[in-house]
Design a protein around this ligand. Structure first.
Ligand SMILES: [Mg+2]
Length: 281
């Protein structure tokens, strides 16, 4: 890491365009991050299996955060020294914050009829594919869950009543772009981002700066705790309602806005570094 910087990013609607899942608009910025050896840490509601494929597409071999902060995964050959102290699971080193999927599904089964919910575990691969625009193969990967259940309301339901009932199970609900997600209480992208940053910070003398990029409500816990939060607009150009000090609003939706915001921020940081003053700290 030539520059004491970590970039945490949401995927759908942020680095990836909402409809096509393309990251074409971000290519220049991705290359620049690679040149600066800045770790790009995918921080998504997606599953481990989905993110593994994306890491390959993006040419990344880096830590990543799955299922809204359910877990942090680091490849076994990651250059961080202290990862050997971390738990080994599913072929990675890392940390788990969420309850196991089996338990989440068991609780989901007990509430789904009363609240008229349908979860990924109730849907066929074709149904998931139709709802998400994912290919059948991608939909299969989205169904391989470790820590959370994405779901939809079949009829309009009292979300607050559902959340209140879930407290006794140690669960809560967050909202991503397309789906609601049943997750463990305290499981959010922010907590996992802090956990990941701490792993890096333990091995770097310089104070590490963090950039976070997201577009939806479930990105708020991440954007709230990073040094430089970036909000990507929805496909129609409007922004989700979010108030944060220093929030930077990307000029375009999806990968184009992602790319332009990252490039502009990197330029500012590099300029500040040459003058010896990093004012983001
Ligand atoms: Mg998103």
């Amino acid at each position: 890491m030539a520059f004491p910087l970590l970039v945490f990013t949401d995927l759908d609607g942020s680095l990836l365009d909402h409809h096509s899942y393309s990251f074409k608009g971000a290519e220049k910025a991705l290359i620049r991050l690679q040149q600066l050896a800045v770790p790009l840490i995918l921080t998504s509601s997606k599953t481990r299996a989905e993110i593994e494929i994306l890491q390959i597409r993006l040419g990344l071999h880096e830590a990543f955060i799955t299922e809204n902060g359910g877990g942090i995964f680091l490849p076994l050959d990651h250059p961080l020294q202290n990862i050997n102290k971390l738990q080994q699971f599913n072929g990675y080193r890392g940390k788990q914050f969420g309850k196991p999927y089996k338990e989440i599904r068991r609780i989901f089964q007990t509430i789904k009829d009363r609240y008229k919910l349908i979860g990924f575990g109730d849907m066929t691969v074709d149904e998931i594919s139709k709802l998400t625009g994912l290919t059948r193969k991608q939909a299969c990967l989205a169904q391989k869950r470790d820590f959370s259940e994405p779901f939809l309301f079949l009829v309009e339901t009292d979300l607050q009543a559902l959340k209140t009932e879930l407290v006794e199970y140690g669960l809560t609900v967050t909202r991503g772009g397309r789906f609601y997600h049943l997750i463990s209480t305290g499981q959010d992208k922010g907590r996992a981002v802090i956990g990941t940053k701490d792993l890096f910070q333990a091995e770097y003398q310089d104070r590490i700066i963090t950039i976070g990029v997201g577009d939806a409500e479930n990105d708020y816990p991440m954007l709230r705790i990073v040094d430089i939060p970036v909000l990507i607009p929805k496909p129609d150009g409007s922004y989700v309602n979010m108030h944060l000090d220093g929030l930077r609003k990307a000029p375009h939706p999806g990968s184009k806005g992602w790319g332009e915001s990252i490039m502009a921020t990197l330029e500012e940081l590099e300029k500040q570094r040459t003058t010896g003053k990093l004012t983001f700290i």
